[in-house]
Write a protein that binds this ligand. Structure first.
Ligand code: NDP
Ligand code: BG6
Length: 533
C-alpha cells in the first residue's frame, strides 16, 4: 500500500500558486482535477500517458475526484476513446492480478472531445464539458500537450483563452513535451510565445529521463552517502560517461505510427520526419543526457525545493564550455544482414532523403569550467540501432597513487581503477568496481563488483517515469521539470556545434545496424585518455 503523502496537495495548501495562473485555490471544499490529454489519438498518449494515469489510479495516487479528457482532431466517441485506451492498460503492479474492475472504474472517468488545435471552438466545448464534470467541486486543470511541436503554441493560445480557470479559482497547468525548439533561437521563440499566454509556473517542460528511478536516485546517492561526497570532484574522478543506446532504429517509433495511419496522410510524414529534422544530438543529448549531467555535477542545493535544485543545475550548465566540432563524432546506421535477417539503413526509410546526413549516433566530450570539474571530460554517447539497449552513468576514478599492489599478478592496476556505474535501464542497478584479493595463499588480484541490483533488493515494480512526472505536475512539484533558463543554457552549449555540423553538412560515419557504433567514438575518447565502459 503506498503512503499517500501527496494526495492532500489537492486541497491547494501546499501549492505555491503563480499570480495570473488562476489565483490561489479556495481554502475549503472538495477539490477535483481535470486532466486533458491533447493529442489523445497519438502514439505517446496511448503508449505512456493513459497507462501512467491508470497506474496512478490503480495505486490510489489520483485524488478522489478526477476526470480525464482526450482531445484531438480525430472523431471518436467516449466509448471509442475508452476502447483505444484499454488496449494499452496493464495491471502494472502485478501482471497476474486481475484488475479489470479497476480498469472499468478508470475508463468510466475518461471522456473525449474532438476539435481543432488552432480554433477556440473545440476548447470552448471542452471547457463546457469540464465545467459540467467539475460542478460542485473546486476545480484544477492539467493539460498535457502530447502533440507535434509546431502546434504547441496554437493549443496553448486556444486552451488558455477558453479552458483555463479564471483567476481566484484553482490552478491551470500545461505539461509540454519535447522538443523545446531546435536551437537557442527557436527555443527562445517558443518560450516567448508560451509566456504570452502562460506564467512560467504554469509550464511544466517534461524530460522523462528525470522521472526515471535511477536518475532520481542520483542525488540520494550523492548527498546521503558520506563515502561519495569527498570523491565527487576532479581530485578523484577521471571522467564521467553518459551512455544511451537503443537496439532498434528510428523505425522503432516511426513505423508504429505508419502502421496505424493511412499511407499518405500528413501525420505519417510528421512522425517519420521528426527524427530527420532533429537527429540524435537534439533527441537525446541536449536534453536527457545533459539533464543527468547537471544533476550529477551540481553543487549541494540549499534544500530539496525545486528552485534550489534548478538553481544549482543551471549554474552547472552555464559553467559548461560550448561544444566544439572537434569534440563530436557523428554516425548514421547503414543496412546490415545477419544470417537470414536483414536490417534497414536509416536512409532506407521512405520519408528520409537518400542523402540525409542526420546523425543517428553521436559521441561528445564536454567540459565544465568550474573549480570542482576543471579538466574532467564528461563523455556522452547516444545512438540508435546499436547492439544493445542501455542507459548508464559511469564514473571512472583516478589511479591509486603509488599503489602498493602495482606489479601483483592478476590485475593491471592502471586499467582496473574503481568505477561506479548507475544503470538507469534496463535492469536498474548500482555497482562499484573494486580490486580484490583472490582467496588463496598467493597474492593474486581480481576486479570485482559491489552490487545493488534493484530486482533482487526491491520486489516492487519500478513505476514508469511518466507516472512520477504526472503526479508531480498535479502536485505542483517542479523539481523534475525544466525551467526556461535551464533550457537556454542547455541550448547555448549545443547550438553552435549543431549549426556547424549542419552548415557544413558533415558526413556521419556509417556503422552497421546492430553494431557498437562508429570507431570514431573510440578515437574521441582516446584523445582524453578514456576508454568507454
Ligand atoms: P504523434 O505524431 O502521434 O501526434 C499526436 C497527435 O497529434 C496525433 O494523433 C494527431 O492527432 C495530432 N497530429 C499529428 N500530426 C499533426 C500535424 N501535423 N498537425 C496537427 N496535428 C497533428 O506524436 P507522438 O504521440 O509520438 O508525440 C507527441 C509529442 O510527444 C511530440 O512532441 C513528441 O516529440 C513527444 N514525444 C513522443 C515520444 C514517443 O515515444 N512517441 C517520446 C518523447 C516525446 P489528430 O490527428 O487526431 O488530431
Ligand atoms: C525520447 C526520444 O525522448 O526518448 C526517443 O525522442 C527515444 O527517440 C526515447 O527512443 C527513449 O526513451 P526510453 O524511456 O524508452 O529510454
Amino acid at each position: 500500500i503506498p503512503i499517500k503523502v501527496s494526495i492532500v496537495v489537492y486541497d491547494g495548501a501546499l501549492d505555491a500558486k503563480p499570480s495570473g495562473a488562476g489565483g490561489p485555490a479556495p481554502e475549503q471544499g472538495e477539490h477535483t482535477v481535470s486532466i486533458t490529454v491533447v493529442g489523445a489519438s497519438g502514439d505517446l498518449a496511448k503508449k505512456k500517458i493513459f497507462p501512467a494515469l491508470f497506474a496512478l489510479f490503480y495505486e490510489d495516487w489520483l485524488p478522489e475526484h478526477f476526470t480525464i479528457f482526450g482531445y484531438a482532431r480525430s472523431k471518436m466517441s467516449d466509448e471509442e476513446l475508452r476502447n483505444m485506451i484499454s488496449m494499452t492498460l496493464t495491471c502494472r503492479i502485478d501482471q497476474r492480478a486481475n484488475c479489470s474492475e479497476k480498469m472499468d472504474q478508470f475508463l468510466k472517468r475518461c471522456f473525449y472531445q474532438s476539435g481543432q488545435y488552432n480554433s477556440e471552438e473545440g476548447f470552448c466545448e471542452l471547457d463546457r464539458k469540464l465545467t459540467e464534470k467539475e460542478a460542485g467541486k473546486l476545480p484544477n486543470r492539467l493539460f498535457y500537450l502530447s502533440i507535434p511541436p509546431n502546434i504547441f503554441v496554437d493549443v496553448v493560445r486556444s486552451a488558455s483563452r477558453t479552458a483555463s480557470l479564471p483567476s481566484g479559482s484553482g490552478w491551470t497547468r500545461f505539461i509540454v513535451e519535447k522538443p523545446f525548439g531546435r536551437d537557442s533561437e527557436s527555443s527562445g521563440e517558443l518560450t516567448r510565445s508560451l509566456k504570452m499566454y502562460l506564467e512560467e509556473e504554469q509550464i511544466f517542460r517534461i524530460d522523462h529521463y528525470l522521472g526515471k528511478e535511477l536518475v532520481e536516485n542520483l542525488s540520494v546517492l550523492r548527498f546521503s552517502n558520506l563515502v561519495f561526497q569527498p570523491l565527487w570532484s576532479r581530485d578523484y574522478i577521471r571522467n564521467v560517461q553518459l551512455i544511451f543506446s537503443e537496439d532498434f532504429g528510428t523505425e522503432g517509433r516511426g513505423r508504429s505510427a505508419l502502421l496505424r495511419r493511412p499511407v499518405g496522410s500528413d501525420k505519417n510524414v510528421h512522425s517519420l520526419a521528426y527524427f530527420d529534422n532533429y537527429g540524435i544530438i537534439r533527441d537525446i543529448m541536449q536534453n536527457h543526457l545533459l539533464q543527468i549531467l547537471a544533476l550529477f555535477a551540481m553543487e549541494t542545493p540549499v534544500s530539496l525545493a525545486a528552485e534550489d535544485i534548478r538553481n544549482e543545475k543551471v549554474k552547472v550548465l552555464r559553467s559548461m564550455r560550448k561544444l566544439k566540432v572537434e569534440d563530436v563524432v557523428v554516425g548514421q546506421y547503414k543496412g546490415h544482414t545477419r544470417g537470414e535477417k536483414s536490417f534497414p539503413a536509416y536512409v532506407d526509410d521512405p520519408t528520409v532523403p537518400n542523402d540525409s546526413v542526420t546523425p543517428t549516433f553521436a559521441a561528445a566530450a564536454l567540459f565544465i569550467d568550474n573549480a570542482r570539474w576543471d579538466g574532467v571530460p564528461f563523455l556522452m554517447k547516444a545512438g540508435k540501432a546499436l547492439h544493445t539497449r542501455r542507459a548508464e552513468i559511469r564514473v571512472q576514478f583516478r589511479r591509486v597513487p603509488g599503489n602498493l599492489y602495482r606489479g601483483s599478478v592478476g590485475a593491471d592496476l592502471d586499467m582496473a581503477t574503481n568505477e561506479l556505474v548507475l544503470r538507469v535501464q534496463p535492469d536498474e542497478a548500482i555497482y562499484l568496481k573494486i580490486n580484490n584479493k583472490v582467496p588463496g595463499l598467493g597474492m593474486r588480484l581480481d576486479s570485482g563488483n559491489l552490487n545493488l541490483f534493484y530486482s533482487e533488493r526491491y520486489q516492487r515494480e519500478i513505476p514508469d517515469a511518466y507516472e512520477r512526472l504526472l503526479l508531480d505536475a498535479m502536485e505542483g512539484e517542479r523539481r523534475l521539470f525544466i525551467r526556461s533558463d535551464e533550457l537556454d543554457a542547455a541550448w547555448a552549449i549545443f547550438t553552435p556545434v549543431l549549426r556547424e555540423l549542419e552548415d557544413k553538412r558533415v558526413a556521419p560515419e556509417l556503422y552497421p545496424y546492430g553494431s557498437r557504433g562508429p570507431v570514431g567514438a573510440h578515437y574521441l575518447a582516446a584523445n582524453y585518455n578514456v576508454r568507454w565502459g
